[in-house]
Write a protein that binds this ligand. Structure first.
Ligand code: ZN
Length: 220
């Protein structure tokens, strides 16, 4: 199975139309080495090309960032299993974070897709350990990033997004895993890793962590 990253940015995309943070203004002006991105979503192009899209919404075609109003999730059984890890685990409500495990029944390759990862508990960790590829929350480099950039008044942790660089953050969790390919997705436009020449991006590369881009293809 080939998974195609249709979009790798956070909700506002990159650059975000109403944002003049150093990243957004820098990419517009060509001052930084960075690639524009649309909102986080993935698809199985093989599924699409087989025409299953036309059969209706019970057919799985597309996994968009499944958080917040307007987001949607189409499920395909049996390869995919939703793994909600919110307090409403058995009674999900709009706004909950969920993760999705995608498994190719033929190759047994598995992908764990979690564009909003607020906490890595034992259950989530088990999914991450057994996956061949992780496509996980790359929203923020630091927890107070939105506050420091004057864009928001909430830390990432209050919005269901673990930061990458902090104690107990995404990099620390990923550093303990040896099996999966590690890719960040849902990158917010304020995140310094979008600048391919930044020390933060180099730190990710040194840790063996990739950054998803629109059009990226992942083979499972
Ligand atoms: Zn911006």
């Amino acid at each position: 199975m080939h998974i195609r990253v249709l979009g790798s940015g956070a909700g506002g995309g990159f650059p975000q139309w109403n944002c003049n943070c150093p990243n957004c203004s820098g990419v517009r002006a060509g001052l930084i080495r960075a690639t524009p991105r649309t909102q986080s979503s993935i698809a199985d192009p093989g599924t699409l090309s087989r025409g299953q899209l036309a059969r209706g919404p019970d057919r799985p075609v597309r996994l968009r960032h499944p958080r917040g109003g307007g987001a949607d999730l189409y499920r395909r059984a049996p390869e995919e299993r939703g793994t909600p890890y919110s307090p409403h685990r058995h009674n999900t409500v709009p706004g909950d974070n969920i993760g999705v495990r995608v498994r190719d029944e033929r190759t047994h390759g598995t992908l764990f897709y979690a564009p909003g990862l607020g906490r890595v508990d034992d259950e989530v960790l088990a999914y991450m350990q057994e996956a061949d590829c992780l496509l996980v929350d790359g929203t923020l480099w630091s927890d107070d990033e939105l506050i420091r950039s004057g864009i928001g008044d909430k830390p990432g942790s209050a919005m269901g997004h673990l930061d990458q660089s902090g104690r107990g953050g995404i990099m620390e969790h990923l550093g303990r895993l040896t099996r999966p390919r590690k890719i960040l997705i849902h990158i917010n436009n304020t995140n310094p890793i979008l600048d391919e020449d930044s020390p933060e991006r180099h730190a990710l590369e040194a840790a063996g962590i990739e950054v998803a881009y629109d059009g990226m293809t992942i083979e499972l």
